[in-house]
Design a protein around this ligand. Structure first.
Ligand code: R1P
Ligand code: URA
Length: 294
């Protein structure tokens, strides 16, 4: 049985973190992250060498290797804010200097100006939080909560400007105008907080999609990038974050990507994002040089 010490930041006897299961030497300063474990497996075929692969008991997958000679980590964060929190806190703690982290997610678009297959690069990100207090039974005479009271859309948090520029320049060279910029929204859930109606629950979210779409340059709705950007702002400059999301759903028309299309775009954009990440200059000299986890 594995024993852990330090309840504030539990690690086992080998220094492996409690949820992600990685230890020092197994995480590179350049990280490409997505929610989907299979996407990490798919992207790992583009690495020229794999140093180590860690599948944690909780299901997080970390693959570290080299892309065109540069150490990179592919990290499946699983879905939602709490999982992104584990993924980032338990990897940043293991690297020296800066960690550059680019999320490669999938998303729906609230806009009619973006299309399935576009890759949306996040200029800034807003969280959408459902407020459970606004759903409790009301006392006699109490008024109905407003949409704003039920679903809070946060202030925007910007991504790393240099990283965004680098991603855009690198990807546009290969893909042209389907590389878009826009505002990313991260819902605290997939259904209610992204304005999906459903018959089983009183979600009171009928106007939420329109509220999101009304924000200028609203491009993408997914579930983790806001927390990544939020953490980057709190990291005293150690975490530099970028967000990219493949549009797989057009929310207003209800169109959804086919599996074949998704596979092709994940391959093509994923490889290009790895290339961009590997060529992004990192200031700090203390980067992982040799694999310690072969
Ligand atoms: C929901 O289906 C999941 O897809 C999106 C959302 O952010 C959420 O994690 O991203 P990934 O495809 O990276 O998981
Ligand atoms: N992921 C999300 O979170 N929302 C979508 O609409 C599509 C993918």
């Amino acid at each position: 049985m594995t024993t852990y010490k330090n309840a504030d930041f539990p690690v086992d006897d080998q220094g492996r973190t409690y949820h992600i299961g990685v230890k020092r030497g197994e995480v590179a300063n350049r990280v490409l992250t997505c929610g989907d474990v299979d996407r990490v497996r798919t992207l790992s075929k583009f690495l020229d060498k794999i140093y180590c692969e860690v599948l944690s008991e909780r299901g997080f997958l970390t693959v570290t290797g080299s892309f065109q000679g540069v150490p990179v980590t592919l990290l499946a964060s699983l879905m939602g804010y709490p999982n992104m929190d584990f993924a980032i806190r338990e990897t940043l703690a293991l690297v020296d200097g800066e960690m550059v982290c680019v999320r490669f997610g999938t998303c729906g678009t609230p806009s009619m100006e973006y299309n399935i297959g576009d890759l949306s690069l996040a200029t800034e990100c807003r969280g959408i939080y459902r407020n459970p207090d606004a759903f409790r039974p009301r006392k006699a005479g109490e008024k109905e909560p407003t949409s704003e009271e039920r679903y809070h859309i946060t202030l925007p948090v910007p991504g790393d400007a240099e990283l965004l520029k680098h991603l855009e320049t690198s990807l546009k060279k290969q893909f042209g105008e389907v590389i878009r910029q826009g505002v990313n929204f991260s819902g605290c859930t997939f259904y209610a907080s992204q304005g999906r109606p459903g018959p089983d629950f009183e979600d009171h979210n009928e106007d939420l999609l329109d509220r999101i779409a009304a924000v200028p340059h609203a491009a993408a709705i997914e579930m983790e990038t806001f927390h990544l950007f939020d953490l980057a702002e709190l990291s005293r400059g150690r975490l530099r974050a970028g967000g990219s999301a493949l549009i797989i759903a057009k929310r207003k028309t209800k169109a959804f990507v086919t599996p074949e299309e998704k596979k092709k775009w994940v391959d093509d954009y994923g490889k290009a994002l790895l290339q961009a990440l590997a060529t992004f200059p990192i200031a700090d000299a203390k980067l992982m040089k040799a694999p310690e986890c072969v």
